[in-house]
Ligand binder design. Structure first.
Ligand SMILES: CC(C)(COP(=O)(O)OP(=O)(O)OC[C@H]1O[C@@H](n2cnc3c(N)ncnc32)[C@H](O)[C@@H]1OP(=O)(O)O)[C@@H](O)C(=O)NCCC(=O)NCCS
Length: 204
């Protein structure tokens, strides 16, 4: 259901408007962007990497990097958030998400480059993920974060997530939100593709 061929990847690209008028592009990671992603992670502050990976890590281990680069493998997807200035694209954030069709649950984790914090990128990226989740048929979005991660907890609270205990780890808190009606409010490319497909099926 969530399989998306390599040829279709560009059709799932979104362009979002940031507070300062700049355009944030959210797109699937390319298979050849492993080094760029590792550089992005290495450039994060120690604290941001710790928050993102829920532990000490300087970059992704090679096996994990391979999973990040195989978009759609096991219903798991990686997107990059980028800003282009003078023709030069910079990775300013990333997200990884996974969808479990049986439960309708969609799990995600995100990060934003420290230099780009506080500009609405995290909120915009999660809003976009909510639409991608709805397009996949998900009903609930959730993520786990360290109890000490004030930035992520404030962000999640601000955009309507509720909090609960993590089932296995007292150091973490889970945040969750139902997403059934969201995609129509904030359409994304994936949602438009699904809507177009449904319209075709309706007339067939
Ligand atoms: C959490 C994180 C993604 C937020 O990204 P961001 O782009 O800076 O967030 P935004 O600019 O969209 O902030 C939206 C809202 O979140 C809250 N927020 C963000 N950073 C905050 C901080 N440091 N302290 C308190 N509230 C904060 C605010 O309510 C903010 O709204 P405002 O700008 O109107 O005040 C970013 O801090 C990050 O990458 N941290 C490291 C990795 C991480 O923690 N990932 C989460 C694991 S799932």
């Amino acid at each position: 259901m969530a399989t998306i061929s390599l040829l279709e990847h560009p059709r799932h690209t979104d362009h979002l408007r940031l507070r300062d008028g700049r355009t944030l592009t959210v797109r699937f990671i390319g298979a050849d962007e492993g080094e760029a992603l590792q550089r992005y992670f290495r450039n994060l502050s120690v604290g941001s990497r710790h928050s993102r990976f829920l532990g000490a890590m300087s970059e992704l281990p090679p096996g994990e990097l391979g999973h990040f680069l195989h978009v759609g493998e096991n219903n798991r997807f990686s997107v990059l958030a980028t800003v282009t200035t003078d023709g030069r694209e910079t990775i300013v954030g990333e997200a990884r998400y996974g969808f479990e069709a049986e439960s309708g649950r969609f799990e995600f984790g995100i990060s934003v480059d420290d230099l780009w914090h506080g500009q609405g990128i995290g909120a915009a990226l999660i809003g976009n993920l909510e639409c991608r989740a709805a397009a996949l048929g998900a009903h609930v979005m959730f993520g786990d974060t360290l109890r000490s991660n004030e930035a992520m907890i404030s962000l999640a609270r601000k955009i309507g997530y509720t909090f609960m205990r993590h089932p296995d780890d007292w150091k973490l808190v889970r945040f969750e939100k139902p997403i059934d009606s969201i995609a129509e409010e904030i359409p994304c490319a994936s949602w438009k593709l699904v809507a177009a497909q449904r319209a075709l099926e309706a007339v067939a």
